[in-house]
Ligand binder design. Sequence first.
Ligand SMILES: [Zn+2]
Length: 288
Amino acid sequence: MKNYHVSLLLIMSVICPQISGLAEEKSSSQKPINALMITGGCCHDYARQKLILSRGISARANVKWTIVHQGGTKGNVKIPLYESKDWAKGYDVVLHNECFAHVTDKDWVDNILQPHKDGTPAVLIHCAMHCYRTKDNRWFDFCGMTSHNHGPHHAFRVENLKPDHFITKGLGDEWLTPKGELYNAAKIHETATPLAHARRRTDNKPQVCVWTNAYGENKTRVFATTIGHHNETMVDPQYLDVVTRGLLWAAGRDSDDAFQQTSSETDEKIKDLATIKPEPEPDAPPKN
Ligand SMILES: [Zn+2]
């Protein structure tokens, strides 16, 4: 009779995984990360970059995307998404790959920051660092770095400062970007942890270009990189490895089994996205 109970329990564990604590733990770590990507604005090929980032990251980790591409190609647009106070509700992490430097309304910017202050993790890519120039530190405190400008376009060598960190351990000692636009890091905030830097040509001084930040009283996890101007750099597998690991870290899923190495075939498909003809935006004006 005793054996019968044990067998029944075993069978039940297989049929009903929810009764087994182990199975439950496994299924929750395999639950997709519900990510929101916000993209649009000045100076970058966001129509392709949203494909490169979403497909490149989802090829490496279990991430389900909602992509909001708004604001056209100007840097002064208040995008409709942020009209709501609940714009980030329900998402595990928000990726900002937007470029709205000339939106300077402090209340507007506070509404963007509030969900992150409340604990929603963030991934910040490239021009996100140059957004929302309110002439104070509110946006820079979120980024963990103050940057006002960038250097000329050329490839640069990214030096890994923390090869043992979850985010940068796949990067090797250094990585040469295919193309580049290196941001000048005027100030690294006390809440930030630099992970990699590159040297600017003019004076050879290192500029932090990959880092993490602990934002606000809740010490919200923020992963940030100023790398990401050119599609050619963004499709590089080493770039997508670092950004995926950064997103996993931000979302609190920084365990090795959450990251999957891509095949060379997948890498080639992602590289094709750098020049693919993108679908027109649903709200884009018709082209004559
Ligand atoms: Zn740029």
